[in-house]
Design a protein around this ligand. Structure first.
Ligand SMILES: Cc1ncc(COP(=O)(O)O)c(C=O)c1O
Length: 468
């Protein structure tokens, strides 16, 4: 009896093993998509279903729109798998992950020239957006404390920015702060000192220059703004701090532009955020915010929790979060050092500058930013005063048919009339891949030469068809 049962079990197992995956029952019919299936299915089948659907996502290495990491070394993949069970908030249970996070903060503080690099404060976040919220909150809390101590009202805070990433709009809306965003004018796509000064008053909680503006890739002039605010303080007594949004530039300027003074060398710069998962070269899901020194982060924003087994300070919007990205960030610091970061960022910059030169030669395009003094990116518009049978949006669309994502978009206020196209060059986008892209761009232009984009027909041209 026992023998028979064993044999039939073995036969069933062999049959299951021999079943071709795509002959399996679950794969032969439509899978319920918005309701949980009633029954379970074997892991390999479920895996295949999910994997197959993901084929329809774009190929991330050809995504030239994103600022984020799309290539990591196999060792990072391994570390991420090693850390899949680590919750970074459980600092008592994973003290080494906590220690590594702390080391990263001090490494960054040092890289950004904090006078108190070994003792200052900062933390990891899910990305620059969360880091920006924390930086903005610290500005608001510090301002309010000062105003209340002076017996003055503290109900109308404002923040001055250039043309910023959406996270600063979110910060201002979520935390009830008026955003005074300096609009673009003519060929000026950045904030400048003059425009900042026009907007400062006693309710200004801070000024946020961006090191690597999202729309073009250019750096805003932090030192010029800091000097202007020094002048304002001398004249009026207003002491307005700076938070630098270094989402991309925080990991680029130290290696590519070491002479550029934008960081804690300027005493007015109180905090900096950066995305580990952009030019920090870590996998998705990590950002950083660091304060110049401890006193710049108001104590009231720090919570102490004791229910994880120790007494731990926490300052973040999230609680549970994976630890792997932080570990991978530390691995990069160790593995690459300043030399390695410089080599990778310089290679990206060289490709961006090369692409800008070649795209300029194609004829219809005028380069707005060529990758030289900001982030490894380039941005162009159609030359003015000429007629074209296509738009930048048509080019973007056509390039997609070869898998390239080269976004076209219109600029924010006051240049909504201006459409541009942009490429971000990240680690893993080699000179050779750039050549392949240029070939495809040339093909696209040739295509539009042969087949001008059809303009929408008027009713008359379309044969007088009328809806009845
Ligand atoms: C200047 C700037 N700030 C903030 C962000 C938001 O960063 P994250 O995607 O890491 O939240 C970005 C993203 O592109 C950015 O370019």
């Amino acid at each position: 009896m026992l023998h028979t049962r064993k044999k039939s079990r073995e036969a069933k197992e062999v049959k299951e093993l021999l079943d071709p995956l795509y002959g399996a029952l679950a794969l032969g019919k439509e899978i319920p998509k918005y309701k949980m299936p009633a029954k379970e299915m074997p892991a390999p089948t479920a895996y295949r279903i999910v994997r197959d659907e993901l084929i329809l996502d774009g190929n991330s290495r050809q995504n030239l729109a994103t600022f984020c990491t799309t290539y990591v070394e196999p060792e990072i993949q391994q570390l991420m798998a090693d850390c899949v069970d680590k919750n970074m908030i459980d600092k008592d249970e994973y003290p080494q992950t906590a220690e590594i996070e702390c080391r990263c903060v001090h490494i960054l503080a040092d890289l950004w020239n904090s006078p108190e690099a070994s003792s200052t404060i900062g933390c990891s976040t899910t990305g620059s957006s969360e880091a920006a919220m924390l930086g903005g909150m610290a500005l608001k809390w510090s301002w309010r404390k000062k105003r209340l101590a002076q017996g003055k009202p503290a109900d109308k805070p404002n923040l001055i920015t250039g043309p910023v990433q959406i996270c600063w709009h979110k910060f201002c809306r979520y935390w009830d702060v008026e955003i005074r965003e300096i609009p673009m004018e003519g060929d000026r796509y950045l904030m400048n000192a003059e425009e900042v000064l026009k907007r400062c008053d006693e309710n200004t909680i801070g000024v946020v220059p961006t090191l690597g503006v999202t729309f073009t890739g250019q750096y805003e002039p932090v030192k010029e703004i800091s000097d202007a605010l020094d002048g304002l303080q001398k004249k009026t007594g207003l002491d307005i701090p700076i938070h630098v949004d270094g989402a991309s530039g925080g990991f680029l300027a130290p290696f590519l532009s070491p002479g550029l003074v934008w960081d804690f060398r300027l005493s007015r710069v109180k905090s900096i955020n950066a995305s580990g998962h952009k030019f920090g070269l870590a996998p998705l899901g990590v950002g950083w915010v660091v304060w110049r020194d401890k006193a710049d982060l108001p104590e009231e924003l720090i919570f102490n929790v004791n229910y994880l087994g120790g007494n731990m300070p926490t300052f973040a919007l999230n609680f549970s979060r994976p630890g792997g990205e932080i570990i991978a960030q530390y691995y990069n610091f160790l593995r690459l050092g300043k030399e390695g970061y410089h080599k990778i960022q310089k290679a990206c910059q060289d490709v961006a500058v090369y692409l800008a030169g070649e795209i300029a030669k194609m004829g219809p395009f005028e380069i707005i930013y060529d990758g030289k003094d900001g982030i490894p990116a380039l941005c162009w518009k159609l030359k003015e005063g000429k007629k074209y049978d296509f738009t930048l949006f048509d080019i973007a669309d056509r390039l997609r048919s070869r898998g390239w994502l080269v976004p076209a978009y219109t600029m924010p206020a006051h240049r909504q009339d201006l459409a541009v196209q942009r490429i971000l060059v990240r680690r893993g986008f080699s000179h050779d891949m750039a050549e392949l892209l240029l070939d495809d761009m040339a093909r696209v232009l040739e295509h539009f030469n042969q087949h001008p984009v059809a303009k929408p027909l008027t009713e008359k041209e379309a044969g007088g068809f009328k809806h009845s």
